[in-house]
Write a protein that binds this ligand. Structure first.
Ligand SMILES: Cc1cc2nc3c(=O)[nH]c(=O)nc-3n(C[C@H](O)[C@H](O)[C@H](O)COP(=O)(O)O)c2cc1C
Length: 187
């Protein structure tokens, strides 16, 4: 039996969604989970624009890249934005806004898995146009859309995506991404 957290093991970037609505209580819990993430100086730089109104949802979906057509089934999409000035900016290139926002999105994903949802962050969308269309100020980075939905049908998936839906998870072995006591990575 695995000793890893079940929500982490179970989470996959699934695409075969249903359009079944997600209750406000569930949405509240996943957002609450997101906000429990740590952040530099407790700055909490994450901003979540939850889109569920059908017209607004259509507008968001118009900005998806073509290979994200599967996401058009989703009943609720969370736009995640931040900007550097909302968080610590320290020497050595350490702007923490994106890092802390990423941690919040991971917590959100773990709770969403717990709620029986598929939860899938994407980068494939027209970020600048969508930011404008949704009235998000120019100085924000619209870093990801989190696509949510209960498990459903794979009819909108292309062949490759159908295959991925059934595939084992792929990860680099630990020794490619971890070293101990001295830096041993090639570059
Ligand atoms: C920042 C980010 C952007 C991603 N963008 C897309 C995307 O545009 N379309 C898509 O189908 N999957 C997208 N994914 C999902 C990844 O392809 C997926 O997480 C990765 O292949 C690992 O698979 P797993 O999450 O099932 O373990 C994205 C994931 C992340 C974290």
């Amino acid at each position: 039996m695995s000793t890893l957290l079940p929500e982490l093991e179970k989470r996959r970037a699934r695409r075969a969604l249903s359009d079944k609505p997600i209750s406000p209580e569930v949405v509240d819990r996943i957002l609450k989970a997101a906000t429990l993430a740590p952040s530099c100086f407790n700055n909490q730089p994450w901003r979540f624009l939850v889109v569920k109104d059908p017209d607004k949802l259509d507008l968001v979906k118009k900005h998806l890249s073509t290979n994200n057509r599967w996401a058009t089934v989703s009943p609720l999409i969370i736009l995640v934005a931040t900007k550097a000035s909302l968080d610590c900016q320290l020497e050595g290139g350490r702007d923490y806004a994106l890092f802390d926002t990423g941690m919040a999105v991971m917590a959100l994903q773990a709770q969403a898995v717990r709620e029986g949802l598929y939860v899938h962050p994407i980068a494939g969308f027209k970020a600048i146009e969508l930011r404008k269309a949704m009235g998000i100020p120019d100085d924000y980075i619209l870093i990801t859309l989190v696509i949510l939905g209960y498990p459903g049908s794979d009819t909108l998936l292309n062949d490759k995506q159908k295959e991925l839906e059934r595939s084992e998870r792929e990860r680099k072995p630990l020794n490619e991404v971890v070293c101990y006591d001295s830096w041993q990575f090639a570059s």
